[in-house]
Design a protein around this ligand. Structure first.
Ligand code: J2J
Length: 540
């Protein structure tokens, strides 16, 4: 495995292979197989473009030549920050084929996050759109390139400005190596990196291997009974694990279905696409589900093709869950997942009460779940505790993070999810809360520590503590509690300050509470529970 990654123990890996979970194939090979199998069927629809499996496969091959000609190959890390465009899909598979490793940045990330990713991964290239949602990514890329010595090239989908056009990569060159000459990557090795929605000051990189990701996508595709008739609407950002592989884009392509890309989450655009393309499956966060339930009242579109809406990434309240079927006229599937691995899903044959009240059960018989108390001891059945897990598609360590790995995993290799859950008699997971210091704002994960460090750097802030505030639509918003140093800063000043530091907009605090002191725990740490009560931000 790539240096800086933690492999599964040999015996465990052998077991997954023997069970047929890990099949020794790579994502790049698989696309070739799908192209042979599904040839002229439509694989991908984005904007005005419609690509068949064969066309997608041929484009990927051209990109492979282009990447190799530019010296991007085996083991190279590249940061990909593209919105939901066809280029994202083609580029990902081209990188898989040459064995280069995409790092999935979110479109909302800015200088702080991108510089960190590029530095940490020693990325050689960075892929951006020219503009997205009114933001010009090129000046940001300029800043990052000046800061990160490993970064050799920036590729732009759209107007390249001072950088290289993405299209250059698919312009055939006679001298470029043929795709047959590429050393095939090892299926047990890293295929790409997802970002953790974790607790650390900066996001950690999650290595996903070809074997583990193909197992995840194949299994979820089976659970969702996908076939060639499936039309999947990718609403959330493609780099998100939920959209990319649960079963998402990769799973739908493996089944011969069609992937339709939406550029945003609004009901007008999405409902139009559902009607036009005959969408059967999609996946959204609870906040988008809210938008759609409201939208269904005034957007007049035929949604009758829709069979299933998957909802996950934040807790879905049973009252909202109950409205999905009658309002959207399709089945609800709850998904409790994480980029680190473990996925739980409700199933088609679950009764309606189960589907609306639980977050589902693990997708693999080899997923191991432990629910433990603060001392790490198993809690009695049905009692809430922290969820620990390991299995055939759950990481054993973050990339280049030995120190953090020592606490993020237990001695047996179980990943500490930081989620407070209880298991029902039949093994369904119910999410009860969180022990990790993360705010989930409309499905986006915000590390409290990260925001505290940024706010703490303001000259008129002595100390900062970040807590969630409940919100009817977003679930939670970011609230910052500040002990000022002198004249207290305003919320607008703090937001502008964080913005100037290159922090993604979804992390900016939306509420400020000024205090003289923070309540402390017996161990002298800021008592966040008490802080939430004190600031009136606690639900309880
Ligand atoms: C409550 N909390 C949930 C749920 C995730 C599929 C779906 C989601 C993600 C994802 C994903 C939740 N109810 N249904 O990667 O493939 C919270 C938990 C979890 C964290 C992981 C996928 N579903 N969560 O959300 O890596 O706290 O993945 O640990 O972004 O989201 O966040 P992330």
């Amino acid at each position: 495995m790539l240096e800086g990654c933690v492999d599964w123990p040999q015996e465990t890996a052998k077991k997954y292979q023997k069970l047929g979970f890990w099949q020794g194939r790579t994502l790049g090979d698989e696309l070739r197989l799908w192209a042979d199998r599904y040839g002229d069927r439509v694989a991908l629809v984005g904007g005005e473009r419609r690509l068949t499996y064969r066309e997608l496969d041929a484009w990927v091959d051209r990109l492979v030549r282009g990447l190799l000609a530019r010296g991007i190959g085996q083991g190279d890390r590249v940061v990909v920050q593209l919105p939901n465009v066809v280029e994202f899909v083609a580029l990902s598979f081209a990188l898989y084929r040459v064995g280069a490793l995409p790092v999935h940045a979110l479109p909302a990330h800015r200088g702080s996050e991108i510089s960190h990713m590029c530095e940490h991964a020693e990325a050689v290239a960075y892929f951006i759109p020219d503009r997205f949602h009114g933001f010009d990514h090129r000046p940001l890329a300029g800043e990052v390139r000046d800061k990160v010595p490993s970064l050799r090239e920036v590729f732009v989908v759209g107007e390249p400005g001072p950088f290289t056009s993405f299209d250059v990569l698919s312009e055939a060159s006679g001298e470029a190596p043929a795709t047959e000459d590429v050393d095939a990557p090892d299926s047990g090795d890293v295929a790409f990196f997802l970002l953790s929605g974790g607790t650390t000051a900066l996001p950690k990189l999650i290595p996903r291997t070809h074997d583990d990701y193909l197992y995840q996508t194949r299994t979820t595709a089976e659970i969702c009974s996908l076939d060639q008739e499936c039309v999947y609407l990718a609403v959330l950002p493609l780099p998100f694990n939920f959209t990319w592989g649960c079963p998402g884009v990769v799973g739908v392509l493996s089944a011969g279905g069609t992937v339709v890309l939406a550029s945003g989450t609004g009901p007008e655009e999405c409902f139009e696409l559902i009607e036009r393309e005959g969408v059967t499956l999609t996946s959204v966060v609870p906040t988008v589900a809210h938008l759609w339930l409201d939208g269904a009242e005034w957007v007049e579109r035929d949604l009758s093709s829709l069979r299933t809406v998957q909802i996950g990434s934040a807790k879905l309240h049973p009252e909202v869950a109950r409205r999905i079927e009658p309002t959207l006229g399709c089945r609800l599937q709850q998904v409790f997942g994480m980029a680190e691995g473990l996925l739980c899903m409700t199933r088609d044959d679950d009764d309606p009460e189960t589907v609306t009240t639980v977050q589902g059960r693990p997708i693999s018989p080899e997923d191991e779940l432990r629910v433990v108390d603060p001392e790490g001891l198993p809690v009695p059945p049905g009692t809430p505790g922290e969820l620990l897990t390991r299995g055939p598609y759950t990481l054993r360590g973050y990339y280049r993070a030995d120190g953090h790995n020592a606490t993020a995993f237990d001695a047996d290799g179980f990943y500490r999810t930081g989620d407070l859950v209880r298991l029902t008699d039949r093994g369904d997971v119910v999410v009860e809360g969180r022990v990790k210091d993360v705010i989930i704002r409309g499905g986006d994960k915000v590390s409290a520590t990260e925001v505290e460090q940024h706010v703490g750097a303001h000259e008129r802030v002595q100390q900062a503590a970040v807590v969630p505030v409940p919100d009817p639509v977003l679930g939670e918003r970011v609230c910052v509690c500040v002990i000022p140093a002198g004249e207290p800063p305003t919320l607008a000043e703090l937001k502008a300050f964080l913005n100037a530091r290159g922090v993604a907009a979804f992390k900016l605090p939306e509420r400020l509470v000024l205090l003289d002191t923070f309540p402390l725990t017996g161990l002298g740490k800021v008592d966040k529970k008490q802080l939430r009560t004190l600031t009136g931000t606690s639900e309880g």
